[in-house]
Design a protein around this ligand. Structure first.
Ligand code: UD1
Length: 353
């Protein structure tokens, strides 16, 4: 029988791509997403790609009773992949309490249910932001965690600490914390991709929305950083490579290959590129010139970070398959596909035909 995985935040960018990957690799999936920052239409894209109907529980995971009811109704849940969280660095600097409340209480509720219903396989959506501003790059999983540069980053650091404490106290629960670098690009089918509900905050959708004319210009947040070209350095990882890491992480703990019951892995391409290099890569791949200007630094931004991904390669058997060119061309294809979308909130109104 297929193992049932609960994916929280299943309508989100990483959640939707991960559901596809899980189903393609023999898992059965249910989703929990209240669509506070996503559109239900994304799951329709998932259904088109996989040919499977996905049941979504439209619940607020900050509500314990509603969260618990999902586990009660689905006794067969074998593992949980927990994505549901807010993720905008800048917003978190302005509204820290919103981030603490939303990201931590939903995580706590899910963890309480893992214990109560003895669901022993857990994958947590963490982030390279847990390293703060590292002294040395690339970062390995052993790189000391510095102070988080934003409240968003703090919620990921605290989330990891909560999971480590649970793992210490409850040896039956196997957890994997995947520290994502910068996910970008879209599924090759162009049926799912990144769909910011408001003005995008992340670099890739800002690039594509500027290229298509939804945004007038791209503001590069600072060109006076101590980096070769003065802009920040990041590690762009194709969304499908990132999604597959979740499947491999689940396989790893379900097959009992893990030596301890709480593991952390960097999921990044292993290559650092600057914001200016990302802009150039987009222009070269698509032939579209971007209208950009230099602006102030953005509060909460880390200067430079990219992954040493050796541990994930060795232990999970994970390796990125897609290139930076694939990232840019798939992101651009997706942006062109959704350009006539009347509102970002309701992909359903748009019809994924
Ligand atoms: C951060 C986290 C990342 C997390 C993501 C979720 C760090 C180091 N990384 O990504 O793990 O998945 O939040 O949102 O904390 N930029 C511009 N102009 C723009 C938008 C972005 O110049 O309009 C620049 C930023 O200053 C930054 C880079 O592009 O240097 C990437 O920014 P963004 O895509 O927002 O991701 P991070 O903040 O790196």
């Amino acid at each position: 029988m297929k193992k049932l995985i609960l994916v929280t935040g299943g309508s989100g960018y990483i959640g939707s791509h991960t559901i596809v990957d899980l189903i393609e690799n023999g898992y059965e999936v249910i989703s929990a997403d209240n669509n506070s920052r996503s559109t239900p239409g994304m799951l329709e894209g998932v259904e088109k790609i996989t040919g499977k109907k996905i049941k979504n529980y439209k619940v607020d995971l900050c509500n314990f009773d509603e969260t618990r009811a999902i586990f009660e109704e689905n006794e067969m849940i074998y593992g949980v992949v927990h994505f549901a969280a807010y993720k905008a660095v800048g917003e978190s600097v302005e509204k820290p309490m919103l981030y603490f409340q939303n990201n931590l209480s939903s995580l706590m509720n899910v963890m309480r249910c893992l214990e109560e219903f003895q669901v022993n396989n857990f994958v947590f959506s963490s982030s390279c932001t847990v390293y703060g501003n590292p002294d040395h790059i690339p970062v390995t999983e052993e790189t000391p965690k510095k102070n988080a540069a934003s409240p968003y980053g703090l919620t990921k650091q605290m989330g990891e600490q909560m999971i480590e404490s649970m793992a210490h106290a409850n040896k039956n629960i196997n957890s994997v914390m995947l520290r994502y670098f910068n996910p970008a690009g879209a599924h090759p089918s162009t049926l799912i991709g990144e769909l910011p509900i408001d003005k995008p905050q992340n670099l890739a959708p800002v690039i594509t929305q500027t290229a298509i004319g939804k945004l007038n210009e791209l503001v590069v947040f600072g060109n006076d950083y101590p980096t070769p070209d003065g802009s920040c350095i990041r590690d762009l990882i194709h969304i499908c490579d990132l999604a597959h890491a979740h499947t491999l992480a689940l396989n790893h703990i379900i097959e009992n290959k893990n030596k301890n019951n709480c593991l952390a892995y960097n999921i990044g391409s292993g290559t650092g590129i600057s914001v200016f290099q990302a802009i150039k890569a987009f222009e070269e791949n698509t032939g579209v010139k971007l209208n950009y200007r230099i602006g102030n630094r953005r509060p909460g931004d880390v200067i430079a970070i990219y992954a040493d991904n050796e541990k994930a390669r060795l232990e999970l058997g994970w390796a990125p398959k897609y290139t930076l060119n694939d990232i840019m061309t798939s992101a651009w294809k997706w942006e062109q596909y959704i350009k006539d979308l009347p509102t970002h909130l309701d992909l359903r109104a748009f019809r994924l035909n």
